[in-house]
Design a binder for this molecule. Structure first.
Ligand SMILES: C[S@@+](CC[C@H](N)C(=O)[O-])C[C@H]1O[C@@H](n2cnc3c(N)ncnc32)[C@H](O)[C@@H]1O
Length: 495
């Protein structure tokens, strides 16, 4: 984008009349005899008064007289930036840096503009250029910290945020961001310390206090008992305390996800003691204790997915990068086949249905969570939706399928032999069975998440009596505790 400037001759001609009719400009002309200087000051004064449009016009007039003035371009960019006109701000600031590239603050402004425009790569270039000129520019290190945080590069984010503090950066947002990054790295003690610094700012609000209290709960659980942790939470949160069942559920999730098994068990036992009917907690505790479990129990699945249905897609797809339906679909599409009768086993909210629908004549979805099925039903893409446990459905089915898809469902089964035998029974010879699994080195085992993981050779051995392998690819399934969960995409063909 180019910034249009008035013609210098027109500005020079109009300037005496402007000075006569505007007392502020008249006074400034007295102080600054050069017209471009007087106009520059006048533009800044208008901008400070919030008169954005007149300020932009006057600054452009000044630039018409002095188009090589880096400071003037800088001030025009700032005025555009404050007005939310980021593209114009970027163009003006690039002109400023072309006139004088040795401006650390100028690069910082350009990086902030690029960041506001959503161009993270350009913003990174700007922040790094600023730091090259002034290694102690704390705002530039802060900007890089925020950028890395946004990219989920938490170790890098912590490095830059700490550099910002070491260079004199001291504001609440800096400590909050550092605390959050440390938390997502599983360093709970350091996260608490950063949030404590944030909480000392007079501007600290209820959100920060609650976050600190929650981190303190998690961190206390790691080194003490759950009751002490809950008490620590209450002391910090005070009137800002949230529902303790919700708070401890979140804390349990993080402790388990970050591998603090003993602490998660302590908190899980505390939660189950408070609420013995909680099927989700009962199962997750059993999983953490590594009890022998053949598959996730129905009461857990129903309670968990009924409670999750509303936020499932936002959380799994948007926040955790879950793309298994798309990835399985791509493998099926590669075969170029069309199918007469498709089964979406554990269909959930029906994420696979828009992808499968064009390749199947008939599509049935099965799930034991009614709330998930309601979401699937709203898509109007299934010919039939059945509320049933997968194994029960397969045992009772009297039709044959030439396509079975189980996206993120096999992970709720440990021992796959009974499931595969049941799937094989309802499949046409030559039919395809597509699914994903999380992987371990040998056999299968339940993970602290309550999901199961299987070894690839175990899967192939269990499948061998009924299926041949068409595709087997390693992939990232989703994020867990900010880390990618690795697994496999598998397509089998019924013999
Ligand atoms: C992670 S979700 C995946 C949903 C969907 N396939 C997708 O890719 O978005 C797992 C779904 O499988 C269902 N599920 C798990 N085990 C099941 C079982 N034994 N019988 C029926 N449904 C089951 C759950 O209720 C849940 O809706």
């Amino acid at each position: 984008m180019q910034i249009e400037l008035p013609r210098a001759a027109e500005v020079s001609q109009a300037f005496p009349a402007w000075r006569l009719t505007n007392p502020i400009l008249a006074r400034l002309s007295f102080e600054y005899p050069q017209p471009q200087e007087a106009l520059h000051r006048f533009g800044l004064a208008l901008s400070a008064q919030g008169q954005t449009e007149p300020a932009l016009g006057i600054l452009k007039a000044a630039l018409a007289l002095a188009p090589e003035e880096a400071d003037l371009w800088n001030d025009l960019a700032s005025a555009f930036y404050r007005a939310g006109q980021y593209a114009e701000a970027g163009a003006a600031q690039r002109r400023s840096l072309a006139c004088d590239p040795a401006q650390p603050q100028g690069w910082l402004l350009l990086a902030s503009i690029d960041s506001a425009l959503g161009d993270a790569a350009a913003a990174e270039v700007g922040y790094l250029a600023a730091l090259k000129l002034d290694p102690y520019l704390s705002e530039a290190a802060f900007g890089l910290g925020i950028l890395c945080f946004g990219r989920r590069q938490f170790t890098e984010a912590v490095k830059w945020l700490r550099q910002s503090i070491a260079s004199g950066g001291h504001h609440m947002g800096l400590y909050v961001c550092l605390g959050q990054a440390l938390f997502l790295l599983g360093d709970f003690a350091a996260a608490v310390s950063a949030l404590e610094s944030a909480a000392r700012f007079p501007s600290c609000d209820a959100t920060v206090v609650e976050k600190l209290a929650q981190l303190k709960l998690i961190e206390t659980c790691v080194r003490a008992d759950a009751a002490a942790a809950v008490e620590a939470y209450g002391q910090i949160a005070g009137p800002h305390a949230s529902d303790i069942d919700r708070v401890t559920a979140t804390a349990f999730h993080f402790l388990s996800g970050f591998g603090y098994r003993a602490a998660a068990i302590r908190l899980g036992e505390w939660r189950l003691g408070r609420n013995p009917q909680d099927a989700v907690q009962r199962y997750l505790l059993a999983a953490l204790r590594n009890e022998a479990i053949a598959r996730a129990p129905d009461d857990y699945l129903v309670a968990y997915f009924d409670g999750f249905a509303e936020t499932f897609e936002a959380k799994l797809v948007d926040a955790l990068g879950y793309r298994v339906p798309e990835k399985l679909h791509a493998l099926l599409a590669k075969t170029g086949r069309r199918f007469a009768n498709g089964l979406d086993l554990g269909c959930g909210t029906g994420l696979s249905s828009p992808l499968l629908r064009p390749m199947v004549r008939r599509l049935t979805g099965v799930d034991l969570s009614r709330r998930m099925l309601e979401k699937a039903d709203a898509r109007r893409l299934y010919d039939d939706l059945v509320e049933a446990e997968a194994g029960d459905f397969l045992d009772q089915a009297d039709e044959k399928f030439d396509l079975v898809v189980a996206a993120d469902v096999v992970i709720y089964f440990g021992d796959l032999a009974p499931l595969f035998a049941r799937i094989a029974r309802v499949m046409e010879p030559g039919g395809l069975f597509a699914f994903n699994a999380e992987t371990v080195e040998a056999g299968y085992r339940v993970l602290p998440s309550g999901r199961f993981a299987q070894a690839l050779d175990y899967i192939e051995a269990v499948a061998a009596p009924y299926f041949t392998t068409v595709e087997l690819q390693m992939t990232t399934i989703r994020l867990e505790a900010a880390q990618p969960v690795e697994g496999a995409l598998v397509v089998l063909q019924r013999r």
